[in-house]
Design a protein around this ligand. Structure first.
Ligand code: ADP
Ligand code: MG
Length: 274
């Protein structure tokens, strides 16, 4: 009975959101760090429709990580706006360069999840303890329900048998899959992935990327920063090339971006991967 009601509510909510176009909107975003003259992000604007995957590529230092960190609320912005499902969650304020984090509430933070290149799990907690911590502490959810969902997520990433393992007993690829579970259990409207396979041994890259491809198929809205161009091509609905804090090309036809990019800059960038 409750289940039927929940599904009905969820469907209605999805319907409303898709009618409202974008899951995430970034408008004229400007970012500067303290003691650095130039803008690390300058007038960056894009939308991510609900259920779609935006891939961001670009040379090292172009601002990709900074972009994800501002969207996640880990860095304040100095200009522009970030909106989640039509609601503004961040507004740029000049003079905030030195602030550690944005002023976003901890409740709002749970709506956007992020997985980093190498994000250590809490070493003194088991796999299950790591995944269950935020939903119990931040969202105050019921323990039995959280545990049930944690086990379900572990099953989906192929690690059901590692629930009682300690982080130091896991490979890098297994740790990244646990980090993905830890983000997903908060039910983020948007999931941000920042080069999550860059620190992995080559044989572990595939197992992590397969999980991400599964998420994309299941309709998880994501922004993915990656240097794995074949993966980018396979998973992207849209693609942005960032350089020096500017969007130099934004394509909603990834196949075309990879075969016939519009800008010389994109052509040169792609050639470095051949
Ligand atoms: P990418 O992820 O594309 O390699 P980053 O977002 O990490 O790029 O960095 C963009 C620019 O911002 C670089 O010039 C980098 O040196 C600078 N930067 C990144 N983080 C900081 C920081 N905390 N303080 C000052 N400058 C930073
Ligand atoms: Mg980076």
């Amino acid at each position: 009975m409750t289940e039927t009601t929940d599904i009905a509510v969820a469907t209605a909510a999805n319907g409303a959101a898709s009618a409202n176009s974008a899951a995430l909107s970034v408008r004229n975003l400007t970012k500067q760090y303290a003691n650095a003259g130039r803008r690390v992000l300058d007038d960056v604007s894009f939308d991510v429709p609900k259920g779609r995957v935006l891939v961001v590529v670009g040379p090292s230092g172009s601002g990709k990580s900074t972009l994800l960190r501002t969207i996640a609320g880990l860095e304040p912005i100095q200009g522009g706006e970030i909106a989640l499902e039509g609601k503004v969650i961040e507004t740029g304020k000049p003079g905030t360069e030195k602030a550690g984090r944005s002023a976003r509430s901890s409740e709002l933070r749970t709506h956007i999840g992020m997985v980093f290149q190498s994000y250590e799990l809490f070493p003194n907690k088991t796999v299950l303890g790591n995944i269950m911590m935020a939903p119990l502490l931040v969202q105050k959810r019921d323990k039995a329900e959280v545990e049930r969902e944690a086990l379900e997520l572990l099953g989906k990433v192929g690690l059901a048998d590692r629930k009682d393992s300690w982080p130091h007993e896991l490979s890098g690829g297994q740790r990244q899959r646990i980090a993905i579970c830890r983000a997903l259990i908060l039910h983020p409207e948007v999931l941000l992935l920042d080069e999550i396979t860059a620190a992995l041994d080559p044989e572990m890259v595939r197992e992590v990327l397969d999980v991400v491809i599964g998420l994309a198929r299941a309709g998880q809205t994501m922004i993915i920063v990656t240097h794995e161009m074949r993966f980018a091509r396979a998973v992207a609905d849209e693609i942005i090339l960032l350089e020096d804090g500017h969007i130099v090309e934004h394509s909603n036809d990834p196949e075309r971006f990879f075969t016939e990019p519009e800008t010389d800059r994109a052509r040169r960038f792609l050639r470095t991967f051949e």
